[in-house]
Design a protein around this ligand. Structure first.
Ligand code: ADP
Ligand code: MG
Length: 625
């Protein structure tokens, strides 16, 4: 056993640095938090080479005096905390006095800073935590920190870095989260010379969310607000019809801090219980405000985990705020866009699905979470509207989404009804195996979505997508040989989220058997070279993303269950969609399959057909009571 030695401060700093600065994205977060704490109104984040070679954060905050700059990079140097008592209620994002020390220990730094009241500023350079030069200089008010050659002196850490692309995306994502948390600060993010996003900083939650999430996503969000036991919740949640394939679009902030919290995630998802399809997740941007004393942020060096003193109250606040937003009666509070913006942002009408309050209530099952007691929610402010940030110095900017989003297929051009359509109106009798005596008549299609069939005294409405999906699924499930594969004309890049990369690695052989061909580029970046022949090229990335999400939640370990999940997605992607123009022959085939009783539920469990009897219709029209 060697002798015990006290580590040198340099080695101790390197070890501590590892906790705070895991990757370039952590540097972005820490420096942005410093800028916010300095009272900045405008922050610019610029990065090159994935953030490892060059990262620059500029703010117009209070700046530092030469004396402060001289000690800011020492460990435990902070202006935000004095005594142990201060730890009980932390009102700033930083407080540990660690970030600058940690970042400078593993990089080369250039700092330029000027306090508002000073005539001149300070310029300083550091390497591996040591000050190399420091002199007076003329510069703008505020602070600019350039971090170069991150991890140049810790090769072990450098080896763990992913591709520039992946690290760069993580940096943008970190900046994005910080920006979303502070509607009162204008944030611009530039990567390799290209603007990634811009938020106006006009203090309006709506314009912040609109400019960062983009109009399409913002349009599907509902305003949300509530209060419980001193915990205020405001923000936006996705409408149930706009569920996501994963949790990447769930953003929680507590007193301006980006946080991760299983309790909040659970509260959010409980509120959606029975309103979202299985495997879909809500999106949200929720701002919690509570007393600084009621939340402990000193849990982990990265400060994203927090402990609530009274977790139950916080859970309730989120749960009820979201419930009240989802409640049909409050749909008037739905995020609105100004008429001009709305016109520009008009969704493809065929694909835009809204849910009426009646539908919502019908779907609303009893959440098995029993509220602690009756609860008063805030009525969402009627003026809450999501306008394009016209007051902003720059036009609305749609950020490059951090996750690959599916490219929605365009509805096929409308065609005139073919002569076949008229000829086919008489439904062939042989199709109705179970009740050949009752002839069925194909009436047509409504809303490019529902097939209408009359069968004796019953009206049958068939969801053409759901029915087709089920037929595909049954056929593929019965198939024993590998699925036909189709090589893509141009391979599609696929950046797997952390959890997805694991899934992909584990299920690669199975995915190959199902017709996917993936090439691992580096870290979690892949190229999709081929997909099952049934999947359209433009659906490739979306399909894979969905499969990953399904596999994560379902049968990761059981190959049969995993195969099933993949087949579900392939069947869904291969199916005709609501809103598409479909040939009458195809509709007829689907109707036949449904009426013959082959097909009852889509693979996700939704019904494929609903029926209405004459009696039910007569009742609706008060012909009978
Ligand atoms: P902490 O944020 O926990 O105090 P840091 O190491 O991140 O620790 O920063 C050390 C100190 O340097 C801060 O307390 C603050 O006084 C000063 N500082 C850091 N960044 C800035 C900035 N952008 N503007 C003004 N002062 C800053
Ligand atoms: Mg800090």
């Amino acid at each position: 056993m060697p002798e015990i030695q006290i580590l040198s401060p340099h080695v101790a700093d390197l070890i501590a640095a590892g906790e705070v600065v895991e990757r370039p994205a952590s540097v972005v977060k820490e420096l942005m938090e410093n800028a916010f704490d300095a009272g900045a109104k405008s922050v610019t984040v610029e990065l090159r080479g994935g953030g490892m070679t060059y990262l620059r954060i500029t703010d117009d905050g209070c700046g530092m005096s030469p004396e402060d700059a001289g000690i800011a990079f020492l460990r435990h140097a902070t202006s935000k905390l004095r005594t142990a008592r201060d730890l009980e209620a932390i009102g700033t994002l930083g407080f540990r006095g660690e970030a600058l020390a940690a970042i400078s220990a593993v990089s080369r730094i250039e700092l330029t800073t000027r306090r508002r009241e000073s005539a001149s500023g300070t310029r300083m350079t550091l390497s591996a935590g040591e000050i190399e030069s420091m002199y007076e200089t003329g510069c703008a008010e505020g602070t600019t920190i350039i971090v170069k050659d991150l991890f140049y002196n810790t090769p072990a850490r450098l080896k763990f870095m992913k591709s520039d692309r992946a690290e760069g995306s993580a940096c943008v994502q970190a900046a994005f989260r910080c920006a979303l948390g502070r509607p009162d600060v204008s944030v611009r993010c530039i990567r390799d010379g290209e603007e990634q996003f811009f938020s106006p900083g006009d203090s309006r939650m709506e314009s912040c969310v609109y400019s960062l999430l983009g109009r399409e996503e913002a349009k599907n969000m509902l305003a949300c607000s509530g209060e419980n036991e001193g915990v205020t919740v405001t923000g936006f949640v996705s409408s149930p019809a706009a569920g996501k394939g994963n949790r990447a679009r769930q953003f929680f902030f507590c007193n301006g801090r980006v946080i991760r919290s299983q309790a909040l995630q659970a509260a959010l998802e409980q509120a959606y219980k029975n309103t979202l399809l299985v495997g879909k997740f809500p999106a949200c941007v929720l701002y919690l405000t509570l007393s600084n004393a009621a939340v402990d942020v000193n849990v982990h060096p990265a400060k994203t985990e927090v402990k609530f003193t009274r977790e139950r109250e916080v859970f309730d606040a989120v749960y009820y705020a979201v419930r009240s937003a989802l409640d049909g009666e409050q749909r008037t509070a739905e995020v609105q866009v100004s008429p001009a913006t709305q016109k520009k942002a008009e969704p493809r009408s065929d694909f835009y699905q809204t849910m009426t309050s009646a539908e919502f209530r019908a779907r609303q099952g009893s959440a098995n979470y029993a509220p602690a007691r009756t609860y008063q929610t805030h009525t969402p402010r009627p003026e809450t509207s999501l306008r394009s940030p016209s007051a902003a110095p720059r036009p609305a900017y749609t950020p490059a989404p951090p996750m690959p989003r599916p490219a929605a297929p365009k509805p096929e051009p409308k065609r005139e009804p073919t002569p076949v359509q008229t000829a086919m109106e008489q439904f062939p009798e042989h199709a109705v195996d179970q009740a050949p005596e009752v002839p069925a008549r194909f009436i047509g299609e409504a809303m490019h979505t529902y097939i209408l069939v009359e069968k004796g005294e019953t009206l049958v409405l068939i969801d053409k997508h759901a029915a087709h999906e089920r037929i595909n699924f049954d056929r593929l499930s019965a198939q024993t040989e590998p699925l036909m594969s189709q090589t893509l004309l141009s391979p599609v890049p696929f950046d797997a989220a952390d959890a997805d990369a694991e899934v992909l690695r584990a299920q690669l052989p199975l995915l190959e058997e199902m017709g996917f061909e993936l090439e691992e580029l580096s870290g979690d970046s892949y190229l999709i070279r081929a997909v099952p022949a049934l999947i359209r090229e433009q659906d490739a990335a979306a399909a894979l993303e969905e499969i990953c999400a399904d596999l994560r939640h379902g049968g990761l370990l059981d190959p049969r269950a995993a195969r099933n999940e993949i087949l579900k997605t392939v069947s869904c992607k291969a199916a005709i969609k609501a809103g598409w123009q479909t040939e009458p022959q195809e509709l007829l085939k689907l109707a036949e399959a449904v009426l013959s009783g082959q097909v009852k539920y889509c693979p996700h469990g939704r019904p494929v057909a609903v029926t209405m009897t004459r009696k039910e219709l007569d009742k609706l029209f008060l012909r009978i009571v």
